[in-house]
Design a protein around this ligand. Structure first.
Ligand code: ACO
Ligand code: ZN
Length: 297
């Protein structure tokens, strides 16, 4: 865990019990005083109600009727589902989600003013013998409903037990898919956390590689010259030009050259090895990660 000496850590919640997991917390969160005194906080993974004791939790598990997040299932591919939850309709759920997320976020985030946001909840389906299904919480991202900026994601979390399995990339990819469907360019809200930045850098790199490979296949470039602008790459990916440049830099294909005559800097893309780019473009599939299938939205 990235938790360092968190001197501001005033509460004593050391871990949360959710589903069958005990997850060590990284940062503090403003749960009501009487909940913040516990070492272990019990959280129902379906309604996100938080509880003081194991006893109350077990009693709740018996009577809680929820087996999935609220809202509409807008994507399903195999065992993976995404649920769109309106912060105005499911206020308590979204507030509880934000409080939970804050345990793994250093920055100040919102907890109570959830109405202006939509939450996209990622779940893994478990089919029970009796024919019913349960949808286990894996992670989420939130998005501001109306915003004048390019932000397409305000906060993202993968529960630590599910991290490093590609779910972060999945959620990021999904946020850009939504932007493309709105015919907009998107970027995550700043500042990014350390893990957020590492993950986005990795995402932008792979995404740019995928777009370049896609273009190459479309154009069938025999002479290895691809005539493409930054705007083209943004339109295809849904990423802002700034983020495209960051991705191209990570890919080490972005080159600058001083034009002596005009004293202007020229920028271009130079690909020395398509094999390398193709290998990066296939990284998620190679690692067995879930990839977004746009036709399932
Ligand atoms: N150490 C090194 N590299 C990492 C790490 C890590 N701990 N975590 C992610 N990466 C990099 C790796 O390149 C990784 O790919 P790889 O595992 O194949 O090498 C890549 O990022 C993506 O990893 P994912 O498995 O797709 O991402 P994950 O599901 O772990 O989620 C996330 C990433 C959401 C940032 C997660 O770490 C998290 O929830 N952190 C706590 C909350 C947070 O900081 N959120 C971002 C705040 S900023 C914002 O919301 C706008
Ligand atoms: Zn519940």
């Amino acid at each position: 865990s990235p938790r360092q000496s968190d001197t501001a850590k005033v509460n004593s919640i050391e871990c949360i019990h959710i589903r069958d997991h005990e997850i060590e917390t990284w940062y503090t969160t403003p749960y009501p005083e009487e909940y913040n005194r516990n070492k272990i906080l019990y959280v129902c993974e379906y309604c996100l109600k938080y509880m003081n004791s194991r006893y109350i939790y077990h009693r709740h598990q018996k009577k809680c009727t929820k087996v999935r997040p609220p809202g509409n299932e807008i994507y399903r591919d195999g065992r993976i589902s995404l649920w769109e939850v309106d912060g105005r309709e499911s206020v308590i759920y979204c507030q509880n989600l934000c409080l939970l997320a804050k345990l793994f976020l250093n920055s100040k985030t919102l907890y109570y003013d959830v109405e202006p946001f939509i939450f996209y909840i990622l779940t893994e389906r478990e089919d029970i013998n009796d024919g019913s299904s349960r949808f286990h919480l894996v992670g989420y991202f939130s998005k501001e409903k109306l915003n004048s900026s390019d932000y397409n994601l305000s906060c993202i979390l993968t529960l630590p037990v599910y991290q490093r399995k590609g779910y972060g990339q999945f959620l990021m990819d999904f946020s850009y898919l939504l932007s493309r469907r709105e015919f907009k360019w998107g970027t995550p809200e700043k500042p990014l956390s350390d893990l957020g930045l590492i993950s986005y850098r990795s995402f932008w790199k792979v995404k740019c590689a995928q777009v370049l490979v896609q273009l190459k296949e479309l154009c069938d470039v025999a002479d290895s010259i691809l005539n493409v602008s930054l705007e083209d790459l943004s339109n295809i990916s849904g990423m802002t030009p700034t983020d495209v440049v960051l991705g191209l830099e990570q890919l080490e294909v972005f080159v600058q050259a001083q034009d002596i005559s005009s004293k202007h800097l020229n920028y271009g893309i130079r690909i020395d090895s398509w094999q390398r780019i193709e290998s990066i473009a296939n990284e998620w599939t190679r690692k067995g990660y879930q990839v977004v299938n746009a036709s399932k939205l």
